[in-house]
Design a protein around this ligand. Structure first.
Ligand code: 13P
Ligand code: SF4
Length: 301
């Protein structure tokens, strides 16, 4: 059986759409109808008229697809594909921070569970975090779970950011160290540095461009050679879009194993048996949806 052909056949038969994050395996990217960053994927999920959304990414992304389009059947081919950073924030931490800072607003990174989003005033992604925090109606903002994105936002908004938890981070992005910058500069003297804001401040300070994965695609047109400080598969995505430019992963071992849990076999089985359906408690879904909608409103200000 040719898995790729079978997936395409089932997709057509069931009027399904395959959404994939930029870190997905090349063979998944190749069968996807749409590939993007967290923000682009949430927008695509909201507007689709397909009957089924097969979401190739991690848990919180599939949850967002369900929340913005609750009438659709949203399938996550491998429920074990969970973002460890999202799991670092618990609702109790938000409630505790709200008790300590009663006048602060809560802005949560999209990398959170639906249960946490239900307690947020708004959510944000790495593409719009600065815009959302700037436009929210408070000078003190409780922000979680990524402390490195919190640093990036605080620097650009001048607002007081209260990070929750104090240690929230992405295991993949904190792998990048100053020595990776020195080595990149030595090895590729003509290249510029493209950096994700989940990287530590020392790496952010060295960047030529700081961008979400979607913004990296837009920024890449500015130069012909880049060293990319994010998950390694991003270079596959960039090279496909710009075959004449050069993209080097800053570290070969910067791999998000959770993103890689989605395989062609799992996508095929997901479509065939219509599993694993994303289910979220109605009340949580309603409240999380308000926080997501607030993000879209704050982007338009
Ligand atoms: P993007 O929204 O930039 O794609 O980031 C998502 C993510 O999980 C990065 O690790
Ligand atoms: Fe989560 Fe990091 Fe993987 Fe992104 S790269 S999904 S933040 S673990």
């Amino acid at each position: 059986m040719n898995l790729k052909e079978e997936i395409l056949r089932l997709k057509k038969e069931k009027n399904a759409i395959i959404l994939a994050h930029n870190y997905q395996r090349p063979e998944i990217q190749d069968i996807a109808d749409f590939i993007g960053d967290s923000l682009e994927l949430s927008m695509k999920a909201k507007e689709t008229d397909a009957d089924i959304i097969v979401f190739c990414g991690v848990d919180f992304m599939a949850e967002v697809a369900k929340i913005v389009n609750p009438e659709k059947k949203v399938l996550h081919p491998e429920p074990k594909a969970k973002c460890p950073m999202a799991a670092m924030l618990k609702p109790e931490m938000i409630l505790e921070a709200k008790r300590r800072y009663p006048n602060a607003k809560v802005v949560l990174y999209i990398n959170t569970t639906a249960k946490c989003k239900a307690y947020a005033d708004a959510i944000c992604t790495s593409a719009n975090a600065v815009e959302v925090v700037k436009n929210i109606d408070s000078d003190i903002v409780i922000f979680g779970p990524d402390v490195n994105l919190a640093y990036y936002v605080e620097k650009r908004t001048g607002k007081r950011i209260i990070p929750i938890p104090e240690y929230g981070h992405c295991r993949v992005h904190i792998m990048f160290e100053p020595k990776d910058v020195w080595e990149a500069r030595k090895k590729y003297p003509n290249a510029k540095l493209l950096v994700h804001p989940e990287c530590i401040p020392e790496i952010q300070e060295e960047a030529d461009e700081i961008a979400s994965t979607g913004q990296m695609i837009k920024k890449a047109c500015l130069h012909d050679e880049w060293v990319v400080f994010t998950e390694r598969e991003m270079c596959y995505r960039l090279s496909k879009i710009y075959p004449n430019k050069k993209f080097y992963p800053a570290r070969e071992d910067a791999i998000c194993i959770n993103m890689k849990r989605i395989t062609l076999e799992k996508v095929y089985e997901s479509l065939k048996y219509e599993r694993f359906e994303v289910k979220i408690n109605e009340e949580i879904m309603k409240r999380a949806k308000i926080a997501i909608e607030n993000m879209f409103k704050l982007m338009k200000k």
